[in-house]
Design a protein around this ligand. Structure first.
Ligand code: 9D3
Length: 263
């Protein structure tokens, strides 16, 4: 799968893509990442990519011309079945695991990173196929969002995760439907007692069936405590299996989430 990133900060991506799963996917030839400098599509001596907003107001806006010409050069024939042009923007629908599973079906994704106060609206209207936000907070530009999307999608490409990880993949860490991707039991490693805190006895018992049941229950208890909003959708998907009743409710716990955000 090929990712294109269009940015005014090409150096930004050195770090995130040169480590871990994404770097492994690139090394294995399963992921290709091409970083494009938006300024390569300017024609003035100052390589101007931004301009003042019509109608006045603070800040600068990314000009449409370099963005249109860049996208048209990078993807000269656009095939919506295989390719997608995505504008990272604070206003798009939120990226989530489901969106990641949709994007991994594509062959080529071009991520446009906005900057400054914004991007000329004609990019959203006539150039990008869709917009994506990575969360309800204000970032300074699309680069972090693009790195998040590449990481989340790249690890879904078959073969990118090692054997160890892909085993997890098949149980419940990344797999199926809403909520299930986050369903993960607490993990412990040595020592069995650390500063007086013991590892749950069952994990040391060697009783594999008991361990499996404990892990399922502990995962659900944690989900119910920290993300009751997701538990509801996970419970819908697997009737009967998500026996979370009797686990601690969010109201018992100071760490609890408030539930679905009202924004
Ligand atoms: C403070 C400026 N805002 C006006 C009230 C609008 C605004 C413009 C530009 C907010 C953010 C940005 C830059 N953000 C992104 O390009 C961005 C983003 C984000 O801010 N939040 C979550 N996901 C993303 S993806 C790209």
């Amino acid at each position: 799968m090929k990712f294109h990133l269009l940015t005014i900060f090409p150096e930004f991506f050195r770090g995130p893509f040169e480590h871990g799963v994404v770097a492994r996917g690139v090394a294995a030839g399963l992921v290709e990442i091409r970083i494009h400098n938006l300024r390569d599509w300017t024609s003035d001596v100052h390589k101007t990519v931004d301009d003042r907003p019509f109608g006045g107001g603070a800040g600068m806006v990314l000009k449409p011309q370099p963005l249109f010409e860049a996208v048209e050069t990078i993807l000269p024939q656009r095939d919506p079945a295989r390719q997608r042009v995505i504008l990272l923007s604070a206003h798009g629908p939120l990226f989530d695991q489901r969106a990641g599973r949709r994007l991994v079906e594509l062959e080529e994704v071009l991520l446009i990173c906005g900057r400054y106060e914004g991007v000329d609206e004609r990019v959203s209207e006539h150039l990008a196929d869709e917009e994506i936000s990575i969360g309800n907070y204000v970032l300074s530009g699309g680069e972090l969002g693009a790195a998040v999307v590449v990481d989340a999608v790249a690890r879904l490409i078959p073969g990118v995760l090692g054997n160890q990880d892909s085993a997890l993949h098949e149980s419940f860490s990344d797999g199926g439907e809403d909520g299930e991707w986050i369903l993960d039991c607490p993990h412990y490693t040595r020592p069995a007692v650390f500063r007086g805190w013991s590892v749950p006895e069952v994990l040391l018992s060697g009783h594999h069936e008991e361990i499996r049941k404990w892990r399922r229950r502990a995962a659900l208890e944690k989900l119910n405590r920290l993300r009751p909003d997701l538990l509801a959708s996970a419970a819908d998907r697997e009737p009967g299996e998500l026996d979370w009743k009797g686990t601690k409710s969010s109201h018992d716990q100071p760490l609890s989430a408030k539930g679905p955000e009202q924004e």
